[in-house]
Ligand binder design. Structure first.
Ligand SMILES: Cc1cc2nc3c(=O)[nH]c(=O)nc-3n(C[C@H](O)[C@H](O)[C@H](O)COP(=O)(O)OP(=O)(O)OC[C@H]3O[C@@H](n4cnc5c(N)ncnc54)[C@H](O)[C@@H]3O)c2cc1C
Length: 311
């Protein structure tokens, strides 16, 4: 539900926590798209409890926004409550060494993955170096099972702490219960990853830092900068979406203010000041070309927000 009266009622209940008609697209790496009817910058569990209480009965749609590196917000905006995490959700706690050489690291849902990767490497803790190349948050990484360079979140995640906005309860979920698979989990939109515990290994700081430098170099060489959200499509089994897009002749294809990257065909760039709707139209065009050329139906990795079939 998202009626004007529902929005007004929830905003009233949230008081100063509610930012009305707040820029949302501007908080994403695409830097296009409209506003959120309500934006809450949650800095504590109490803030999340307040959101759950205010939305009880109104049942507005909710969106937890991490670093916005995998979402595309419609130009028309999002008519629900968008929640960002900060404050208490930004900590990194490194546990004691276990007898088997492993170390548990608890990171808040708002922690940026590159920060986590670098912080651990400096301490000689290895296993999350790959995360330096993924510009998301810990919460977004758990939800999307982010990964790269032969690794993913599932390979080192022990458990996630999840707050349910439906019933205002917190739970610790073992990684094995999250149904983590390629860019997927069973977490729903009303579930906020407030923290995650990873298992890393005591190793060589110099080697970990070299790995990080190599990943950063590789990314700069192979991926475009500018407004985008990384891979637009998931790779179909046994193939690469970028290869299929290129074979379909879509590299460099443009729709209004959006263009398929010349550097990496699975990236779609938005022009500065561009339109999310152009990006969505181009996604559909590219998918149709690949379907016609290779007979493969590509699925989007990017999460569409504020669009009719948004997930
Ligand atoms: C240049 C570039 C390169 C990229 N490379 C990679 C890559 O190599 N591998 C890869 O996997 N991804 C990659 N991505 C995509 C993206 O960085 C990841 O999907 C990342 O995990 C998204 O995290 P986020 O915090 O930005 O989430 P958002 O983009 O903000 O959100 C993505 C989804 O996660 C949900 N979410 C966010 N935070 C939380 C939370 N705290 N609790 C519950 N749900 C939450 C959102 O509701 C949404 O459904 C890339 C993106 C860019 C721009």
């Amino acid at each position: 539900m998202s009626t004007t009266t529902g929005v007004a009622r929830v905003a009233d209940a949230l008081g100063v926590l509610a930012l009305r008609d707040a820029p949302l697209g501007a908080r994403t790496t695409y830097r296009v798209g409209g506003t959120a009817a309500i934006l809450v910058e949650a800095r504590s569990m109490a803030d999340l409890v307040a959101v759950a209480a205010a939305n009880e009965g109104a049942a507005l749609d909710v969106l937890v926004l991490g670093r916005g590196s995998n979402v595309l917000v419609a130009d028309a905006g999002f008519d629900g409550i968008a929640i960002t995490l900060g404050g208490d959700f930004e900590s990194i706690e490194v546990g004691d060494d276990d007898h088997d050489g492993t170390v548990a690291v608890r990171a808040g849902g708002a922690v940026a993955l590159p920060v986590l990767a670098r912080r651990l490497a400096e301490q000689g803790l290895t296993g999350l170096e790959w995360a330096v190349g993924v510009p998301g948050s810990v919460g977004g990484a758990v939800r999307m099972n982010a990964g790269g360079h032969g690794n993913d979140t599932a390979s080192s995640l022990r458990a996630a702490e999840v707050f349910s906005l439906r019933d205002a309860t917190s739970s610790v979920r073992a990684a094995s219960s999250l149904a983590l698979s390629y860019r997927r989990s069973n977490l729903g939109p009303g579930e906020v990853v407030t923290a995650a515990t990873f298992q890393v290994r005591r190793g060589d700081a110099a080697a970990a830092k070299r790995t990080i430098a190599e990943i950063v170099r590789w990314r700069r060489e192979h991926q475009p900068g500018g407004p985008n959200a990384g891979s637009v499509f998931t790779n179909p089994p046994g193939d690469h979406a970028g290869r299929l897009v290129e074979l379909a002749g879509a590299k460099g294809l443009r729709h209004g203010t959006a263009m398929v990257s010349e550097k990496h065909a699975n990236f779609i760039q938005a022009d500065t000041g561009g339109r999310a709707d152009d990006v969505v139209a181009l996604i559909a065009e590219v998918a149709a070309l690949v379907q016609a050329h290779a007979g493969i139906a590509l699925s989007t990795e990017v999460v569409l927000v504020g669009y009719p079939a948004a997930r």
